[in-house]
Design a protein around this ligand. Sequence first.
Ligand SMILES: Cc1cc2nc3c(=O)[nH]c(=O)nc-3n(C[C@H](O)[C@H](O)[C@H](O)COP(=O)(O)OP(=O)(O)OC[C@H]3O[C@@H](n4cnc5c(N)ncnc54)[C@H](O)[C@@H]3O)c2cc1C
Length: 381
Amino acid sequence: MFHRPDPSSEHKLFRETVRRFVVEKIRPRAREFDEKGRFDKSLYLEMGELGLLGLRYDEAYGGSELDWTFTAILHEELARSDNAGVTTGISVHTDMATPSLHQFGTEELKQKYLVPAIAGEMVSAIAVTEPGAGSDVSGIRTRAVRDGDDWVINGTKIYITNAATADWYCLLAVTDPEGGYGGFSQIIVPTDTPGISVRLEEKIGLWGSDTGEITFDNVRVPVSNTIGEPGAGFQQQMMQFQDERLVACISLLSGSELLWQETREWVEGRMLFGKPLSKMQNTQFRMVEMLTELTACRALVNQCVDQLVEGHDATDLISMAKLQCCRVVRRVADGCIQFHGGYGYMKDSAAGRAFVDTRIGSIGGGSDETMMHYLAKRLGF
Ligand SMILES: Cc1cc2nc3c(=O)[nH]c(=O)nc-3n(C[C@H](O)[C@H](O)[C@H](O)COP(=O)(O)OP(=O)(O)OC[C@H]3O[C@@H](n4cnc5c(N)ncnc54)[C@H](O)[C@@H]3O)c2cc1C
């Protein structure tokens, strides 16, 4: 009902493959992953074997060279896994930490880090946010100082998804404090490098994925681990954010659509005052309102995907989609909790989990205000 009709039998088959993986490998263990606070790394290996971790990447590195419609299907289906933490951890790896490496990395770097990432043998994380700078990315302070052929890195990153699971970080660091926006670099940092320590953080939601604070204490990595030219990191990260934001929209929206459907079943089965809750006009109106909002978001997200497939710059549209989708999914989660009454407030209810899980959308990867700040500038205010 919600996603666009699959345009080809290849798309249909791909959707079935992902759906089967989600039903067999994630859904039955969803609560177990929540309790552990992370999910098994073996899931990445299994996804790698199915060819799900490098959909848009070159075949030369193990990717599939498929367009964005397949990426959309992947995240629509993963979002039905009953565990938004798992979905987040996987999407960080597929679409938030690896795009820059694929686009700008040297052949040597891609062989060493991208090939195993696409195979699921290595897990990646994106390390940008710091205690003193989140929305204001240019305010980061983590320094990489050149010493011969090495970078020596000092600083702290916080709220990093996959912090303890990852085998390498795509780190954004200051390499030239006088260089303005040209003073940042993206550097691959293997997580077994001496001087790295991780402290796990406790979150109100997304229980199935690990999030941590990472300290870099004189961490030494080769300068050849720089993605692209030294100094190009800020611009590359801004580009990488586009993939992150659209994937976040697709994922949150798909999860909310499923919640809406589950809530429909609930209101049709729940009896109040001798009739189903769905027979109250208030219920019908609110359900219709939520569906309308979700459908409008779906149209916006599909338009973003179409723009990318056609090779256009979709930055403005993605910013609008990120702003709108993240607001709508929060309203939907709130509405669905209300229909579930007390059960909605229980930890094992999908509506209750969605209430906390969707909240990150308006904060992470560029908050609502960051999107509005960008769009206002683009409009010349
Ligand atoms: C669960 C989780 C996972 C995360 N995973 C990662 C990760 O993997 N990698 C990573 O690097 N980071 C990650 N983050 C960090 C996330 O991207 C940041 O929290 C986010 O960018 C906001 O930064 P901040 O927390 O420093 O808030 P701040 O930047 O301090 O923002 C505070 C408030 O100011 C608002 N604001 C921002 N700009 C403006 C403006 N122009 N005008 C008015 N108000 C404004 C913000 O929207 C917010 O409401 C994660 C965070 C969470 C909670």
